[in-house]
Design a protein around this ligand. Structure first.
Ligand code: AMO
Length: 435
């Protein structure tokens, strides 16, 4: 076959009975071969599914017939042949080959079974992630991720948000100094961005509504099933709005993305044995104080403390699906979160949980420069380290609000995965830096 022939290939989903009698070229990875004596099958796989190549003895030339027996799993082949209707074949059609070209071979001792029939533990799978991704189940997760992202983006653009890209090498912390990864930046000290927080706030004073979908890094010591050290965050910021306005954007964005993903990903959801339940809006809202009351007699939490994993697990038994926890103690939220004017103990902030898992957090921001300086000092931060950020508050900073959502955690919910590592192509955790 000539290189141009490969460009004429059709995909498995295009190989349908209406092509009966026509010549077709297909390419893919050898999934398995079967020898029934007088007839041999080569099943190849492409990104959409499987293709049956059938070799009846005496009807295909002998050299081809013998080749079928020599092919190994995951070898890459191109097949030119004639389409024939066959009810038992995937999509109801098969190919009777005239030519089979081996484009590349694979080793015989593969680290995993790419059909997914023989299970392997997560560590083994992650060590051979590319092989793992050939399994239909793993592939399904990332095809769902693609559509989830697509509908999140589509919703935000529809709502007049503009997509931004902010620096990922930064000079100051925003979410607490201990979670920063330091970096040697020529003669200066720098860090990997742990959030686009300051930039998205600044840009809301220009574009009014902005969003960013990008990696962030957290030097979390926790090696849990819901923490990673590198993650994709969906961040938004909007001018002339408060926490309630962004909560509404968030609910509607999730609803829209769940509807779209459910519509587009029926095949993938079936592979994973999942069904997307499109949530009803508005999501229930409970204040931090109400949550503490719910947990009373079940767990001792002093006012002001964070609601930790154990408490969230108990909460997950009481509350199902999406729900907001609003008005967190002022001391528990970062400096950029606004304090409630009529009750300074609490802040204009929220977390969004699904069952026991925190998905997102956000709030109204401090837009007054002097108040922001006081908040920085109260939290033990040095305002002079934030000089460049603070000066943008001299140029006319509108009131604004926003949120940050951990994409992989949302994907865990949709795909029913219990470990966040399943929901990231190449996860980075406390011990894993490769592949
Ligand atoms: P926060 O630090 O709460 O807020 O992060 C927002 C959301 O990101 C996810 N997340 C994580 N997911 C996996 N592993 C981690 N190590 C991890 N850390 C955070 C969670 C969390 O709810 N700047 C603010 C947002 C804002 O106010 O706009 C922020 O970063 O789902």
């Amino acid at each position: 076959m000539k290189p141009e022939d490969l460009k004429k290939r059709i995909l498995s989903r295009q190989l349908t009975p209406d092509l009966e009698g026509q010549e077709a070229i297909v390419c893919g990875w050898v999934s398995h071969t079967r020898d029934l004596g007088g007839i041999r099958f080569i099943v190849i796989r492409d990104k959409y599914g499987e293709i049956q190549v059938t070799l009846p003895k005496g009807k295909v030339n002998e050299e081809l017939f013998n080749l079928a027996d020599k092919l190994g799993m995951e070898w890459v082949v191109a097949v030119k042949g004639v389409v024939k209707n066959e009810k038992r074949a995937p999509q109801g059609a098969e190919i009777i080959p005239e030519e089979i070209e081996i484009l590349n071979r694979a080793i015989s001792q593969l680290p995993l079974d790419p059909t997914g029939r023989i299970s392997a533990d997560l560590d083994t799978r992650l060590n051979a992630r590319i092989m793992d991704l050939r399994r239909p189940q793993t592939q399904a997760i990332f095809k769902i991720n693609h559509h989830l992202l697509r509908f999140i983006r589509e919703y935000l653009i529809k709502e007049d948000f503009i997509e931004i890209n902010t620096p990922k090498i930064i000079a100051t912390a925003t979410e607490g100094g201990t979670e920063l990864f330091p970096l040697a930046y020529f003669e200066k000290e720098a860090f990997l961005a742990q959030s686009p927080q300051l930039y998205k706030e600044q840009l809301s004073s220009v574009f009014e509504r902005v969003f960013e979908i990008a990696p962030i890094w957290r030097a979390e010591m926790h090696n849990t099933t819901r923490h990673l050290n590198e993650l994709i965050m969906v961040d938004i910021e909007m001018a002339y709005g408060n926490m309630y306005d962004v909560m509404e954007v968030l609910e509607n964005m999730i609803k829209y993305a769940f509807e779209g993903t459910s519509r587009e990903c029926q095949k993938e959801l079936k592979i994973l044995n999942q069904k997307i339940e499109v949530p009803k809006t508005p999501f229930p809202r409970y204040t931090y104080d109400e949550v503490l009351k719910m947990l009373e007699n079940k767990m001792e939490i002093s006012w002001g403390e964070d609601i930790g994993t154990e408490a969230c697990k108990i909460l997950g038994e009481l509350l199902n699906g999406f729900y907001f926890i609003i008005e967190w103690p002022s001391t528990s939220k970062p400096f950029y979160i606004k304090i409630k004017e009529d009750d300074p103990r609490v802040s204009e902030s929220f977390d969004l949980n699904f069952d026991w898992l925190e998905i997102c957090s956000g709030g109204t921001r401090v837009h007054d420069k002097e108040k922001l300086i006081s908040r920085l000092s109260e939290q033990g931060l040095n305002p002079s380290s934030f000089k460049f950020h603070l000066q943008t508050f001299d140029y006319g900073m509108p009131p604004h609000a926003g949120f940050g959502l951990g994409l992989a955690r949302l994907l865990m919910i949709i795909t029913g995965m219990s470990n966040i590592r399943e929901c990231v192509l190449f996860p980075r955790d406390r011990t894993r830096l490769t592949p």
